[in-house]
Design a protein around this ligand. Structure first.
Ligand SMILES: Cc1ncc(COP(=O)(O)O)c(C=O)c1O
Length: 377
């Protein structure tokens, strides 16, 4: 089967939800992906900040093999051990109180909305302009951007938006109806937007002062990507509710909401696949390998190196750790030019996004930089 045939089948049978790049991947190993013709690509976006350990990491493969021999699903009518182990790992590594496992990021945000409304008895949630929090109706109501929202109106009421990185504007918009403020430590889908150094700390202070919950969405920044296990740790603060997903499963679909606020009662929240033993076993392995192999430190070191070299090369690059945006004239063209050089990235408008696996080494960074130099990004 060739790319043309794949495009034909997709157009005929698959929902028209994705504008794909012209590459069909069959397999991967470490930092590399391979297409139908066995062409090799350096993966510099890790499935949108997901494959933290690269592709087919031997310990992940082994975990899947062993856990699938034991148990893949039984539902939450019964206790299963990987789920409990993961909850403990998440609570201990975030220093929050309880964890709820989800299947992905948008569900982690849905869970946060319900917790915030339940805890405070209030309805209003304040999100940031240009934020991305997911595509289910609750999370979508906190996501900025006409293209995501318009066809699906009306969304969940009492959601408000305020300028990102503007503490005074946030102060003005909080009212006695506000249950929570939700914020990304770095806006990812918006094009790797980094707020002022003190922003998150000040948001924490205001939300405390006004007795409003702080939800931090670390679905993209979490699990080492920015050079700390969680990006909120750069600011020395703690959220009330933390949303996680992406890098946590290293490619296996899973997310979590970790919280220090009022808990649910049985029946108020749940789901058939919640805390699936196979997904939880993989996440346990992924998080332990990130911690054991000091991949957070690696993200900081290689991220600094990449950012410095890109800046030295005269590029308009911005980021933290391995979450980097490069502003270019034409985002899509740059991504397509990089593909011809055997490098995979993605773009948000005219920002090329660089989100490689946390296992990246200097030689991979150099391979990327050399391609970037060749195409004069
Ligand atoms: C910050 C943030 N929140 C939420 C989501 C939604 O996660 P998912 O795509 O797993 O539903 C994303 C996905 O890109 C994200 O970057």
């Amino acid at each position: 089967m060739d790319l043309k045939e794949i495009e034909r089948i997709e157009a005929k049978y698959y929902a028209n939800t994705f504008s794909r790049l012209p590459v069909a991947i069959t397999h991967g190993k470490g930092m590399y992906l391979y297409d139908l013709e066995d062409r090799k690509y350096l993966d510099m976006f890790a499935g949108i900040a997901v494959n933290s350990l690269g592709h087919c990491h031997p310990e992940v493969v082994e975990t899947i093999r062993e856990q699938s021999k034991l148990l893949m699903h039984t539902s939450n009518w019964l206790y299963t051990l990987p789920q409990l182990e993961l909850a403990q790992l998440l609570v201990e590594s975030t220093e929050l109180e309880k964890a709820f496992i989800t299947n992905d990021g948008t569900e982690a945000v849905e869970t946060a909305i319900k917790l915030a409304r339940k805890t405070t008895g209030k309805k209003e949630i304040i999100a940031m302009k240009n934020a991305f929090h997911g595509r289910t109706m609750g999370a979508l109501s906190l996501t900025w951007g006409e293209k995501y929202r318009k066809p699906f109106m009306p969304l969940v009421p009492e959601m408000k938006f305020v300028e990102y990185n503007d503490v005074d504007a946030l102060k003005r918009v909080i009212t006695d109806k506000t249950a929570a403020v939700i914020v990304e430590p770095i806006q990812g889908e918006a094009g790797v937007i980094i707020p002022e150094e003190n922003y998150l700390k000040e948001v924490r202070e205001i939300t405390k002062e006004r007795e409003v919950l702080l939800i931090i969405d670390e679905i993209q920044t979490g699990f080492g990507r920015t050079g700390k296990l969680f990006a909120f740790q750069h600011s020395g603060i703690k959220p009330d509710i933390l949303c996680l997903a992406k890098g946590m499963g290293g490619g296996f679909p899973i997310g979590a909401t970790v919280f220090s606020c009022e808990d649910f009662e049985p029946g108020e929240h749940g789901g058939t696949f919640i805390g699936n033993p196979l997904a939880c076993a993989v996440a346990n392995t992924v998080v332990k390998v990130i911690l054991r192999d000091k991949l957070t430190e690696n993200a900081r070191e290689i991220g600094d190196y990449l950012l410095n070299e890109l800046e030295k090369g005269g590029m308009n690059a911005h980021g933290k750790g391995l979450m980097i945006g490069i502003d270019v004239k034409d985002g899509k063209k740059s991504v397509l030019d990089l593909i011809k050089k055997g490098i995979l990235t993605i773009h948000s408008g005219n920002t090329v996004r660089v989100l490689p696996p946390l296992i990246i080494e200097k030689k991979h960074a150099d391979e990327f930089l050399s391609a970037v130099g060749d195409i004069k990004l």
